[in-house]
Design a protein around this ligand. Structure first.
Ligand code: ADP
Ligand code: MG
Length: 358
């Protein structure tokens, strides 16, 4: 069987590695010739997600389709669905690619989210409730790693931020105090069977994930609530595949932040720490294989290697970091092979793993 994968970034790379381990082929559609997956994937169609010829070829070659990013146009997914199943289903990706649709969906299934308002015009800003300040303006679509966001304290700043972001559809969220940020990755198969990894605690810097600890230190009660919320999301969406739910813990209460309809950065450490990685799970669900064991075998700390590491001297020309610093027992390094290092760009990650003594 062949899986058609939309996107050849680092998630596509790790998904392809997992598929090859199971002797399953992957055909990737991706426009960047130097994408991370290009180093290992045996078949990549270099094209835009909207190229009908490329999509027809992918459609005829593969039996099932999946994504490494939520930012695949719905028209692309609809076209591919004539050839085979999309996992997760189009409606799940459609909800998760739009922050406003996502928040409304979450409210409709009675899950707690931070107070928010849709911002699609200057008039809306004039009439906005003052209680939402200070807040964060976020573009509804295409934001990631804190991009497409602006922190504002009042209506005047909000107006200029809205203009700065190009007056595209946005949501405005009240900024809340965070005790902790946590995430859960779960897998739901086509029979509705659910399994999940232990929760991870995530430390962000400038809106970008810096480190993630799995398992994390959280009360039994909150852990169960997080799993319960994530399962409700997956069941209501009739979700099929790997999904991550990010939470805020504020004043002891959990709020759903966002949903990723794909493997997630906060669970890359499942490669080293768990019986079966999140990438293998995505492949398994695509191939209709039973969900693998999510058992964790030790403590894992993930640290993202951002492009900033390439610019540690005052030079403007990027230079490779000293990799010797990571040559220690229990440390695994993953480099994605991105062509150019940029500030804030995820270039790779390391995992520090310590086996439980039992
Ligand atoms: P992204 O898609 O870029 O991950 P998020 O909505 O998760 O977007 O925001 C990135 C980070 O910004 C969050 O992980 C959190 O640290 C901070 N943040 C986002 N929204 C809020 C909020 N309403 N209150 C406080 N912090 C927030
Ligand atoms: Mg996030």
């Amino acid at each position: 069987m062949k899986i058609g994968l939309l996107g050849g970034g680092q998630l596509g790379l790790m998904m392809t590695e997992a598929a090859y381990k199971l002797n399953i082929d992957v055909v990737i559609l991706e426009k960047n010739k130097f994408c991370p997956a290009s180093k290992i994937c045996k078949e990549i169609i270099y094209s835009d997600f909207s190229d009908i010829d490329a999509l027809s070829y992918l459609g005829k070659t593969c039996q099932v389709f999946t994504v490494e990013t939520e930012n695949v146009p719905v028209t692309t997914l609809k076209f591919l669905s004539k050839f085979g199943e999309i996992k997760p289903d189009i409606n799940c990706i459609e909800i998760c690619q739009d922050r406003l649709k996502e928040k409304i969906f979450l409210e409709n299934i009675d899950l707690p989210v931070v107070p928010f308002s849709s911002i699609n015009s200057i008039d809306v800003i004039d009439n906005l409730n003052e209680n939402l300040f200070p807040g964060i303006l976020k573009t509804s679509r295409f934001g990631y790693d804190g991009k497409g966001q602006a922190h504002v304290n009042n209506k005047i700043d909000l107006l200029s931020a809205f203009k700065e972001l190009g007056k595209v559809d946005c949501i405005f969220e009240k900024k809340i105090m965070l005790d902790k940020e946590i995430s859960i990755v779960l897998i739901r198969d086509s029979n509705g069977e659910i399994a999940s990894y232990p929760l991870a605690e995530n430390i962000h810097e400038k809106g970008i994930l810096k480190t993630s600890y799995m398992p994390c230190n959280l009360t039994k009660n909150l852990s169960l609530t997080a799993l319960n919320y994530a399962s409700r999301i997956a069941n209501k969406m009739n979700y099929c595949g790997v999904m991550c739910v990010e939470f805020f813990l504020s004043n002891g209460k959990l709020f759903v932040n966002e949903i990723a309809p794909r493997p997630h950065n906060s669970a890359h450490q499942t490669i080293e720490a768990c019986d079966c990685s999140q990438f293998e799970q995505q492949v398994r669900v695509c191939a209709n294989l039973p969900i693998g064991s999510t058992k964790i075998n030790g403590n894992a700390k993930l640290t993202n290697l951002l492009g900033d590491l390439w610019f540690t001297n005052s030079d403007e020309i990027p230079t490779n970091p000293d990799w010797n610093q990571y040559k220690k027992e229990g440390i695994t390094i993953h480099l994605y092979g991105k062509k150019e290092a940029k500030l804030g760009r995820k270039m790779g990650h390391i995992v520090e793993f310590t086996k439980f003594n039992n």
